[in-house]
Each structure stands twice: as C-alpha cells, then as structure tokens.
Write a new protein. Structure first.
Length: 760
C-alpha cells in the first residue's frame, strides 16, 4: 500500500489505496462451487487418498464456479486437526489445472476451502486476514457455498493459496527463488519431540531440517541454513538476509491477536519463507482458523510442546512474550536489538490503536457475521449450532483445544486494556507534525518534518517496490535544510535517480518509536517530479527478440518476446502517452501507461506477450518469429522509430550496432545492456566491473554489463553474511549499513572477487 503525491515545490501528502483486483476473494461476495464426481462413493475415495497419500487427487469431471465450468479438476481432502474421516464437513483442496494445463478461474488455479473447524464465530479467518493485509502481504479470504454431486455441503472459508503465483504477484519476482513452507513434515502439522519449524540452527547438514521445513522450490537449503546460522551466531547481519520489518509485523500480529498456532506459539509453524531478488527472506502468515485464542498453547522458554493458557493468561499475554526464548530465535534475537524492539512495539501499538482500542474489530466482526448469517444458519454440516455462531463474538463456546473457544470481545477487550496499560506500551513516543518534500537541482530529494520528543530519526527511501528501503539520517542541526538548529524541524536528503521515490519516516527516543505513516514499511509516501516526455530521436528501438527459448524471463517466469528501448540522452524521460505497435496501420495499438519512464542513458525492456495485466511494461501484442514491422510513435502518433524484423533464429536478437545508433544486425542477445556482436555472457564476464565507494559507510554500488547470478558477501573469516540474486541488471546496490565495520569480500560468481572496507 502506498500514499502518493505529486510535488512541484513543497506540499503535503494525501493517501490512496492500491487494491487487489481479484473478485474471487472479495469479502463482500460468496461464491458457489459445485463439484461433480462420476463415483457415488466419492467420500470414501477421498478419505482413502487422504489416509494413503496426502498428495493424491481424485478427478472430478466437472466443477462449476459461479456459473463457469471446468473439466477434470483435481479434488482432495486437506488439513490436519480440521480433517477427520468422521467429520461430516471436511476441508477441500481443488486443483483446476490438475489435467487441463493452465486452467484457472480469474487467474486462480488452486482453491483452498476451510470447513470452520474450531471456530463457532465463523469469522476468525476472514477477519484476521483482512486485518493482516493492512500491515503486510498476506492471503485474502472470503466465503463459498459448496455442493458435491448435488448434495449441499455448507459454507466454507475460501483462502488464497500461497504459491509461486502469490509470491510473483506480491514480491516482484519470478517465483523461482528458494521457497519454504514452514510446517513440520509430520502429517503436515505439529512436529514431535521439538521437531518444529523454529529456525533453530543445529548444524550445516540439510538432512537435519528436512522434517521441519517443506522445500517448495528447486533449491534453497543452503540459503535457509545461512539464515539460521546468522540468527544464532551473527544477528548483527540479519538486516541483509531478512526483511526485518515484515517479521516484526508478523510477530506483533501474532501477539496482539493471540495467534498461537504460529511461529510465536507451541509448534512454531504456519508461515512461509520466500527469498526475494534482494537476497532477503520474506515471511508470509497462513492458517488463521485458530486465531483469537482458539489455540491457547505456548512453549515455555527452552522447552518443547505447549502449556495451555487460561483465558486470563491470554488476555494478559506479555507483549514481549518469547523474547527470552532461545527456541524462538526469530523473536528473541530480533527483540534483543533495542531499535528493532522499539519498532516492534510501535507496530504493536498501531495494530492496537487502529483496531482494538476503538472497538473497530468488533464492529467489523459483526458486519461479517451479519453478511454470512443466513448461509451459516442453512449450513447442514456446520460444527457448531447457529446459537453458538451468534454467541461466539462475545462469549465462550464449548469445544476446541482447551474445552472452550473464547468469544472475540471476551478475549480482546480485556486484552486491549491490558496492553494499553503495559509498561512496554504505556510510553511516550515522538510526535510528528507537518512534513513535506522538495526536489533540489532535479536530482536530490529533501525531506523536512516537525518532530517533538525524538532523540534520533531517519527516512527510509527507495525508487520502486522491488527494492530495499535505504536509510538517510534526519538532523535538527541547521545544516540539512532543517531550519535552525534545535527548532524541532528535522531534515534529510537522498539522491533522486528515478522519476519517483517511495519513503517513510521513523523517529524514536529511549522509551519508544513511531512511524510515519503508521503502517510503514507496508505503507509509504510517494514523491514524484514531472518528467519531460521523450521526443523524436531521444529514445530509440535498440534490440528485439521474437524467439525467446532459453533467454531472460519476465516477472512471471515466462520467456516471452521483448523489445528494448535505449535513452540516448543524459536525462530521465517519461514514456507515458507514447505508443508501440506491430501493425503500421494501427500505430496506437499499445500506449505506454502512466508512470512508464526510461532512465538517463538507460534501457527499458517491454515484454511483447499479450499480458498487460502482468505489469506496465507488458504490451498487448506478440511478435511473430517469421518477421514483423515494429513502430515506436510519439504522442501525436508521429513516427519516432521503426524497424522491420525478419525471420529470427531462437535466442538471436536483432539489434543496433554500435549500440543505440548503428544499423540493425542479427546478434547474440544483450538483454537490458549495451549491444555487442560477441556473446552477451562472454562480454559481461570480460567487461570491467566497478565497485564504489570503497571504503564505504553504507551503500556499495556494483556496475557491469548484464550482471547475472548470485552476488555474495563474505566477512573476513570467510563466513557468508549476505547473498543477492541478480538477473540481467547493469547495476546493483548493496547495503552494508547493518553490518559491523570491517573488511568484507564481494564475490560475483563464479570468477570475480574484491575486498570492500566498511567504516561506520
């Protein structure tokens, strides 16, 4: 989510919400799913498959979703405690592309339907995921009515599946990086004898972890073990390996909402880890059917298993619970760092103030219940009575793990009062006043903000959502565009190397910290400056590939046709309102959308794949390998550039040589980099690589044509402290700020290594 403004001089910010366009998970809708098997004994067959092989599906010849029909869909029962062969209503897993390749409903191929086990209120999952999505990336949830062979099964909770599509859509990646489901292998549920997904380091042998984590990608054990090693032995370097802010939001959510069927609770489970393009692990929460205290088990420090908590103990669970537990290093090691502890408590305070202190959660829970009340009342196979459904918003209902499922307000109203009065939260964080931004000389952004009660402050900034926020310290010394020294108006600046920057502000004192906006880093401000639109000759078609078999892939992991533009000028230019077409008679076939730009002296890849929904640089047409004419037009459809592409061989492009100015010739692909008549890979390996500044206090920039492969950072003892995946980029920035001062070595696999001195 982001806040956006356009600044010409100096002004304030107005928010807007970037929503998810996916009706299938809209909480204001209830889907209808009708499954038809040929076999009348389908229930017995599904039970047998679940018992014998939890991965096998039974094929349903027909599945209807909201009036749309699908053929040969895979269906199986799923779940751990929510499944029992004696249950009348069992959780379902539908795989639409089980037989028919790429078969999907609104892009969704895997449908997960939960049965409402242990939740009399029937709102725990939907409400929890709605709350969580305000602060971090998480699945979405709503409801669906299900029939099997004409028999009504009742209303289910429809949960978005966490898979490669999810990480591609949310994390600006092709989904091929290391990816783990953090649930023990014991029947995909709680482990035994301490065999939990706790991220405790027990050695370098991956076989020791195979019963704790499920690998969902082609590789990743080495990277996961490095994270666990750092958690135990090198916590000072965690910021380079872990999206700390996402972890802090996850931990704050688990604590406030008593979500103990999670990493925080007894079995350290029900989350995913994905390694993004920046070499940082991203956590994703899932399985919230036992949220709001329906799973009251907490592991004692140094122990295994779970000690059941009473209602009063859950209401009064310490906001720093597990901070001293070595078997939960993701909590204990992060909260041992004073700044991260203050940031965690700031997030916890935001969750509390926005949802619970004001009673907003109870009103929303009632709205959801009112919406689904008729469906629940008519559900013939629900686990609890309709009276229990109505009562469980406010009172406990018999059942569940501890004999009673607490009412939501019964748990959360006293918990909110307890947390608000707790010494860790009953503090005085800094207060923000007015804030604004302006551009200086067209290449520097200066931030000014009024802050009261702060000892330190900084701005986090980046140029796009795929990047990591960097830090620039804010000062109140009269030397940083901040007015007079000590006047409470703080200033900082950072370079503007793109037409827009995303940023947020954080301030703290010895007692507490505060973010602006409060939901940062998930929310942020956007600073934009107007760009001149590219004119004729300033941007040219530089390279075209119409038969991409083994080359670079797009964000969806697909090898598609592409076109490369080159900016011949020393200024960043807007592409919005210009046009591409493969039909000379239709020059306006595909307009560049708002926000499209090309950096000074840089390149811009446009995927010609007929998939404009995949991003703003995906056109609505494809190329033919037999040859076509490509036209690049100005805002009045005047011709800017044109190239006639003849028949192409696989992975051989048609590009300008010399780069940017010469005639078009057949050549090896040089994706997103200078054109060459030799192999792009050979040239990249032989080309000079610049690493600067060296020494550095924080950011180190690496420049080389078409950087490819992992970039690894090792400390002076040879321990790898960071790794970053790079795919055909001419430059990359590494943040050494979180690492201690000293000598490090950067290795660009497989041949290049150079020392870097870090000074703080």
């Amino acid at each position: 989510m982001r806040h956006k403004c356009l600044f010409f001089l100096l002004c304030f910010f107005l928010p807007f919400f970037r929503g998810q366009a996916q009706d299938f998970f809209d909480l204001n809708t209830i889907s209808e799913i009708r499954i038809q098997f040929n076999q009348s004994n389908w229930n017995h067959l599904l039970d047998s498959l679940k018992e014998n092989d939890d991965q096998e599906y039974l094929t349903a010849p027909t599945v209807e979703i909201n009036g749309q029909f699908f053929a040969n869909v895979g269906v199986k029962y799923k779940g751990n405690n929510a499944y029992d062969p004696d249950f009348a209503k069992k959780p379902l897993d539908l795989e639409l592309d089980h037989v028919v390749n790429n078969q999907n409903y609104q892009g969704v191929k895997d449908i997960k339907l939960n049965n409402g086990y242990s939740d009399p209120s029937f709102v725990r999952e939907a409400l929890s995921f709605e709350l969580l999505n305000q602060y971090t990336e998480a699945p979405r949830a709503n409801y669906a009515k299900v029939w099997i062979n004409g028999e009504y099964q009742g209303v289910y909770v429809n949960i978005e599946h966490i898979n490669k599509r999810f990480v591609r859509d949310r994390f600006f990646t092709d989904g091929e990086n290391p990816f783990f489901k953090c649930n023990p292998a014991d029947y995909d549920g709680p482990g035994t004898g301490g065999n939990y997904s706790d991220l405790v380091f027990i050695g370098a042998d991956s076989s020791a972890y195979e019963d704790k984590y499920k690998l969902e990608s082609d590789y990743g054990w080495r990277e996961l073990i490095l994270l666990m090693d750092s958690l135990k032995n090198h916590p000072e370097g965690l910021a380079a390996q872990l999206d700390v802010d996402r972890v802090l939001w996850m931990l704050a959510f688990n604590n406030v909402l008593i979500n103990l069927d999670s990493y925080t609770g007894a079995y350290a489970q029900n989350y995913y880890l994905y390694l993004d393009e920046n070499g940082r692990w991203l956590p994703v929460v899932w399985d919230l059917n036992l949220d709001f205290g329906a799973f009251p088990l907490l592991t004692p420090p140094g122990g295994f298993g779970g000690l059941p908590l009473t209602l009063t103990q859950m209401q009064q669970l310490d906001p720093l619970a597990q901070a001293d537990n070595p078997s939960r290093p993701l909590i204990s090691q992060l909260l041992a760092q004073p700044v991260w502890r203050r940031m965690y408590l700031a997030h916890l305070r935001t969750l509390l103030e926005e949802n619970f202190s004001n009673g907003a959660y109870a009103l929303r829970a009632q709205e959801i219940q009112d919406f689904i009340a008729d469906e629940v009342q008519n559900d013939p196979k629900k686990f609890f009575s309709y009276a229990d459904f109505q009562a469980n918003l406010d009172t406990g209902v018999p059942g569940g793990f501890a004999g009673t499922v607490p009412g939501l307000t019964q748990l959360m109203d006293p918990r909110s009062a307890f947390l608000s009065a707790h010494p860790a939260l009953n503090t005085t964080p800094p207060a923000f006043g007015s804030y604004a931004a302006q551009a200086l000389n067209g290449n520097v952004v200066t931030i000014g903000v009024q802050i009261a009660g702060a000892d330190a402050a900084w701005v986090g900034w980046r140029f796009d959502s795929a990047a990591v926020f960097q830090r620039a310290l804010l000062y109140d010394d009269g030397l940083h565009q901040d007015g007079a020294a000590g006047d409470g108006f703080w200033g900082a600046s950072f370079p503007l190397n793109a037409p827009r920057a995303q940023y947020f502000i954080y301030a703290e004192n010895a007692e507490a910290g505060r973010f602006l906006p409060a939901r940062a880093e998930h929310e942020f401000f956007v600073y934009e400056i107007p760009l001149a639109t590219a004119g004729a000759g300033e941007v040219v078609i530089n390279e075209v590939l119409a038969d991409n078999e083994t080359g670079s892939a797009d964000e969806a992991g697909e090898r598609e046709d592409w076109l490369e533009l080159y900016n011949t000028t020393d200024k960043t230019l807007s592409l919005a309102g210009l046009f591409l077409s493969d039909k000379p008679a239709q020059p306006a076939l595909w307009p560049f959308p708002a926000g499209a730009y090309i950096s000074a002296g840089g390149y811009r890849i446009v995927w010609l794949d007929e998939d404009p929904d995949q991003g703003i640089y995906h056109a609505n047409f494809k190329l033919s390998a037999d040859g076509e004419t490509l036209r690049f037009s100005g805002p009045a459809l005047q011709l800017y550039d044109q190239v006639v592409v003849g028949a192409q061989q696989p992975d051989l492009s048609f590009g300008r040589y010399p780069n940017g100015s010469g005639p078009f010739v057949s050549m090896p692909t040089t994706f997103n980099g200078p054109n060459s008549l030799s192999s792009g890979q050979e040239e990249a390996a032989a080309a000079p690589i610049r690493i600067y500044p060296n020494p550095s206090s924080q950011l180190v920039r690496i420049e080389a044509p078409a950087l490819q492969g992992p970039i690894e950072v090792f400390d002076a003892l040879g321990r790898r402290v960071s790794v970053r995946a790079v795919k055909n980029h001419p430059s990359v920035e590494l943040d050494f700020g979180p690492l201690p001062a000293g000598m490090y070595y950067i290795r660009i696999a497989p041949h290049f290594s150079r020392p870097v001195l870090v000074q703080h």
